[in-house]
Write a protein that binds this ligand. Structure first.
Ligand SMILES: [Mg+2]
Length: 196
């Protein structure tokens, strides 16, 4: 039977938005996030990271550094509440016009948000029902990706979320729900799955 998923953006949703993270120890969780992921785990929802990480394409650091950041992210979640992510997807690619310089990672990719490649790949690999799934992000491109794939799109006010809502960053978007933070988003998701 296909499962519902909650897709989670990384920076500004799970961990504090501090730009490109060059030091692994500079990745730190937003308050309440470990509790929120634990609640989603306990509800049987498939929790899946989906993140644009153009650092490798820009030549800032190798892809192995992104994996080290994700190891720390998972360790912090486990240490705080025993929460876990069921899968982690990220897009290291960036086209040259957008700033890609490292040949191995410089290309257009269906995986780069707001394209739906990461969601489609996860759905195939893990038998997920995108129409009954949720995407939580802090940018308009996260909400756009959700809607492009038929998911519900939730915008959190952490990270860039407040700047999206005030029109100071990216473009206007129409999320299905605006949440204060991931904990508030998880509450709303858990209400939805009771009724749909
Ligand atoms: Mg983000």
């Amino acid at each position: 039977m296909t499962r519902r998923a909650v897709f989670l953006d990384r920076d500004g949703v799970l961990n504090q938005e501090v730009g490109y993270i060059h030091e692994v120890t500079d990745l730190n969780l937003i308050a309440g996030v470990a509790q929120a992921v634990k609640q989603l785990n306990q509800a049987g929802l498939f929790c899946c990271l989906v993140s644009n990480q153009s650092g490798p394409a820009r030549g800032y650091y190798p892809a192995s550094h992104v994996n080290a950041l994700h190891d720390r992210l998972c360790q912090l979640l486990a240490a705080e509440t025993g929460a876990h992510l069921d899968a982690l997807y990220y897009c290291p690619y960036l086209s040259a016009p957008e700033g890609g310089t490292e040949p191995a990672y410089t290309r257009w990719s269906t995986w780069r948000k707001p394209n739906t490649g990461m969601l489609v790949a996860a759905a195939w690999a893990h038998d997920l029902d995108l129409n009954r799934s949720f995407m939580v992000g802090d940018k308009a491109t996260d909400v756009d990706m959700a809607h492009n794939a038929g998911c519900s799109g939730i915008l959190v006010q952490t990270g860039f979320g407040d700047r999206i809502l005030s029109g100071r960053y990216q473009h206007q978007t129409k999320p299905d729900f605006i949440a204060r933070d991931l904990l508030n988003a998880a509450d709303w998701i858990l209400q939805q799955i009771d009724v749909i």
